[in-house]
Design a protein around this ligand. Structure first.
Ligand code: ADP
Ligand code: GLC
Length: 473
């Protein structure tokens, strides 16, 4: 079975968040199952492309509004990734440094989808499955069926994965001039609330779609940024498949990004050495418990709660613990945290930015990982934390509910129910009191490290989705 994953992100090529981790891992595991999975994504002018060799496999051009753009498709040569990688370059549009945040983002995403389908049609490459990740590639199922230019691909099975329903790419109908020519009588498939909505279009036109956990699918029926009625209408083709983690990349025994390797057997010593290193670097007292936060400073992640949580919990505990925060995003949150860091520098370390190696070091060094998320479709941080023997303190939402059970009900983490400072601080204090009980902490670390979040089972579920569900639609 030949599968093409279409995505804006893929680890290690370009990563902003968990989408990259999923697209960098799932195809690897699918290929281990003897499927033929590849990744197609935009070309970014970043370190990965400078350090790898490519061959050109296609050259052509597309028209978008009044513009004509060249399209060049590169295939990565090394075969080291565990899947074939194709990068689509469109000089002037898709040859920039960053993944998101450009003024003409919608044009970029449309051009990427157009270019991919143009290339596959021109070369008569007909995969069994086109797997579209998030709204950025959500117009593909519509384009295949409704654009005469892609007649060759008509009928190819399309699968859509909703990683994050908060972002839907909604745009004014004036933007339709950027789309490849389509059968206008089917415009309703693109429309939601009198706008073009790529997330809605994906759900309407794909053969099947899934969310990245079962719990999140349930949540979308009542909270999907306006698409609740649509998901209800299309519920017969909706499934929930939880993400796995790449246990080759995320392995404390071999992880090249951490200072001290360790396994279940010597986790206590290994983790404490990693903790010493990080505490030394950031001027924190190594004898105090260390809480970590890693993530985008976004409302979904509860990042706006961090300043209050940090200042109040340090004050209320008389500075009896340390916290290290790695992340970036909302500038107001960044400013507040910078100011707080000056006041609480004995207990609070802040690293603003995106640093892959540091995230690994924090998972390895911290005693606890805090996730005050408001919305968490799956969440990978808690899984990485557990794999590295770090005890998660999470808000009871989305998939966090299912992956992290509270110690009061026999689990190995801490839950809190409300997305507010008090609730989070209460959970932190519970964690700190358990920290004194070394035997119990050892047991929690072991339980967490023993958890199996590997991709094997989820990759099987995707295969089932492709084979039986998509086929029947
Ligand atoms: P989301 O995709 O919503 O951001 P996930 O929990 O699925 O959340 O995945 C986040 C991924 O991004 C994890 O691999 C996490 O370690 C990583 N990450 C988030 N912020 C940073 C950062 N500032 N530096 C390094 N890695 C980060
Ligand atoms: C999204 C979600 C996150 C999920 C990730 C990978 O970014 O916010 O919860 O883990 O996608 O599916």
């Amino acid at each position: 079975m030949r599968i093409f994953h279409l995505s804006m992100e893929c680890y290690p090529i370009a990563k902003v968040g968990g989408l990259a981790d999923v697209v960098g891992a799932l195809p690897k595991y699918q290929n281990k199952m003897r499927l033929e999975a590849s990744v197609i994504m935009p070309w970014y002018n970043n370190a990965f492309v400078y350090n790898h060799d490519f061959e050109i496999v296609f050259e052509g051009f597309i028209h978008q509004a009044e513009q004509m753009y060249d399209v060049i498709v590169y295939k990565e040569k090394s075969q080291d990734l565990g899947f074939d990688l194709y990068l689509v370059k469109i000089p002037g549009l898709l040859d920039r440094e960053k993944v998101y945040g450009y003024w003409d983002e919608s044009e970029q995403f449309i051009a990427f989808q157009h270019a991919v389908l143009h290339w596959l049609s021109a070369m008569e490459i007909r995969p069994d499955i086109l797997h579209c990740h998030d709204y950025h590639t959500g117009l593909v199922p519509f384009m295949i069926e409704n654009c005469p230019e892609f007649q060759f691909l008509k009928g190819v099975k399309t699968v859509g994965t909703v990683h994050n329903g908060e972002y839907q790419g909604s745009m004014d109908w004036l933007m339709s001039k950027y789309l490849p020519f389509f059968d206008a009588s089917h415009y309703g498939l693109l429309d939601w609330d009198s706008r073009i909505n790529p997330m809605a279009a994906m759900i309407k036109s794909c053969h099947v779609f899934n969310t990245v956990s079962k719990g999140y699918l349930e949540e979308l029926f009542t909270s999907f940024q306006g698409l609740e009625a649509l998901i209800f209408q299309e519920r017969q083709k909706a499934f929930g498949i939880i993400n796995g983690i790449d246990t080759e990349v995320w392995n404390p025994e071999t992880d090249p990004m951490i200072k001290q390797h360790y396994s279940l057997k010597n986790a206590e010593i290994g983790k404490s050495k990693n903790k010493s290193e990080i505490c030394k670097e950031y001027g924190l007292d190594v004898d105090l418990p260390l809480v970590g936060f890693i993530g985008r400073f976004a409302v979904e992640k509860g990042a706006d709660l961090l300043p209050g949580i940090i200042s109040k919990s340090i004050t209320e505990t008389n500075g009896q613990f340390n916290i290290i925060v790695l992340g970036s995003g909302d500038s107001h949150v960044e400013h507040l945290l910078k100011d707080l860091q000056k006041i609480y520098h004995f207990n609070f370390a802040l690293d603003l930015g995106y640093k892959e190696y540091l995230s690994h070091q924090i998972y390895a060094a911290a005693d606890f990982l805090l996730m005050p998320s408001r919305v968490e479709p799956c969440g990978l941080n808690q899984m990485y934390a557990m794999r590295y023997g770090t005890i998660p303190i999470v808000r009871y939402t989305g998939e966090l509910k299912d992956t992290v059970e509270d110690i009061s009900s026999g689990g190995s983490g801490f839950n809190f129910t409300e997305a507010n400072e008090e609730s989070a601080i209460h959970a932190i204090k519970r964690a700190l009191s358990v920290y004194q009980d070394k035997k119990r902490i050892k047991m929690l670390i072991e339980n967490n490290m023993n958890f199996n979040f590997s991709w094997e089972k989820s990759a099987e579920n995707y295969l089932h989705l492709y084979k039986y569900r998509a086929e029947n639609q």
